[in-house]
Design a protein around this ligand. Structure first.
Ligand SMILES: N[C@@H](CCC(=O)N[C@@H](CS)C(=O)NCC(=O)O)C(=O)O
Length: 375
């Protein structure tokens, strides 16, 4: 009996800003709060055992959601298995009415955040000035010219011979983060595909995963599911990638120090695009990961990655830099080796042209957050 009850119990993880949970007046003895996890974060995480069966859970959810929504919070409620580990297959409900997009973090970027927003972060789904978009992303690419375009011949040969790693590489990052950029540049040079889990500021789903897997909010966070290695620190990640997948090559000169040189230029000229969660980003991830053919320093692919990040859409980043072993596949698929090229297995859409892809992404996944979403 005891066993059955315990198996059926659920734990919710509720994230809300400025400790507003304290005002929820939830009459439940098992309410706990975990304060201040994450570096300098203003967010609070509350764990709540919310029911021994789904009817009880639903009842509590229906009380909880409107209160948090009135307070403009985002809610992520997850069913957690009896042992306490998260069972990702069973998300029970997520609701969102967040207006804010800055989830915290004590980095330089946090201080830049308001400035960048002022300069033009704005609503990413609103019509854009094509000239400005092209010019700013062009300057960003020029600033990073030596890195993230060309595949190392040894790496391309290794991928051609042995293919991509058997199991996925996973990267938790956000587009505007210069440290994450350095890792993506290395991935392009090494001709590696990777699963990207965007963690823009304000992200719940993926930031929660990073905390549970790595213990803190810091980006990039990398996982190699082939070896079980997980790493923070971009320079460690780059060194690891070259050691494991570099076919004898060392990180290209300057790449390890490049963040200090021009690493912030794309972040600044793009005015923080790809940094903050879009307020109407989907609550739940689409069933299947999207796929993006891209390479790091391609100016138009950058625009699409920014949108995927702002929408918190997980995707397989198929790096197809110059000399890449992926290009023949892309050519077959798209009729050209031009990037960006997006494949969405959820809708069957496959398309080129950054402008069209961005419009598609916001139209398809930029849901109206005024309606609470329940499963
Ligand atoms: N030394 C680290 C620095 C990483 C870092 O400062 N990342 C920032 C983003 S650029 C971060 O994690 N900020 C916390 C946040 O965004 O919440 C590295 O090279 O990976």
């Amino acid at each position: 009996m005891m066993m059955a009850a315990s198996m059926a119990s659920s734990v919710g993880v509720v994230q809300c800003q400025a400790l507003q949970c304290a005002h929820l007046h939830l009459q439940t003895p098992s309410w706990q709060q975990e304060r201040g996890r994450g570096r300098g974060s203003h967010w609070r995480y509350c764990r709540l055992e919310f029911g021994r069966n789904s009817a009880e859970s639903d009842e509590l959810l229906s009380r909880l959601a409107p209160v948090l929504q009135r307070k403009r919070n985002r809610i992520l409620l997850k069913r957690i298995s009896a042992g306490g580990s998260s069972d990702g297959q069973k998300d029970v409900s997520v609701a969102n009415s967040s207006k804010g997009s800055s989830g915290g973090g004590s980095s330089f970027l946090t201080f830049l955040c308001p400035l960048l927003k002022l300069l033009g972060g704005g609503d990413p789904s609103a019509p854009r000035n094509t000239f400005l978009e092209t010019a700013t992303t062009g300057v960003a690419s020029l600033a990073r010219l030596p890195w993230g375009s060309q595949v190392l011949p040894e790496a391309a040969a290794a991928r051609t011979e042995a293919g991509q790693p058997a199991k996925p590489l996973q990267l938790y990052e956000f587009e505007a983060c210069p440290f994450c950029r350095r890792v993506r540049e290395a991935l392009t040079e090494l001709d590696l595909s990777v699963e990207i889990f965007p963690c823009p500021k304000g992200s719940l789903r993926h930031r929660e995963s990073v905390r549970s897997k790595g213990g803190k909010d810091q980006f990039p966070f990398f996982l190699d599911t082939n070896t079980g290695v997980s790493l923070y620190e971009s320079s460690d990640i780059v060194k690891y990638l070259f050691k494991e997948y570099g076919a004898g090559r060392q990180p290209s000169p300057g790449l390890l120090e490049s963040t200090l040189v021009t690493g912030w230029v794309p972040t600044l000229v793009r005015a923080g695009r790809g940094m903050a969660l879009f307020q109407r980003a989907p609550i739940q991830a689409p069933e299947k990961m999207l796929e993006l053919y891209s390479y790091e320093n391609n100016q138009f692919a950058r625009l699409v990655r920014e949108a995927l990040c702002e929408l918190e859409l997980p995707y397989i980043l198929r790096n197809a830099g110059k000399g890449s072993s992926v290009r023949p596949t892309l050519l077959q698929l798209a009729g050209s080796t031009q990037v960006p090229y997006l494949v969405d297995p959820n809708t069957g859409v496959a398309m080129a042209e950054s402008k069209d892809i961005i419009a598609y992404l916001f139209k398809t996944y930029g849901a109206d957050s005024s309606q609470p979403v329940y499963e």
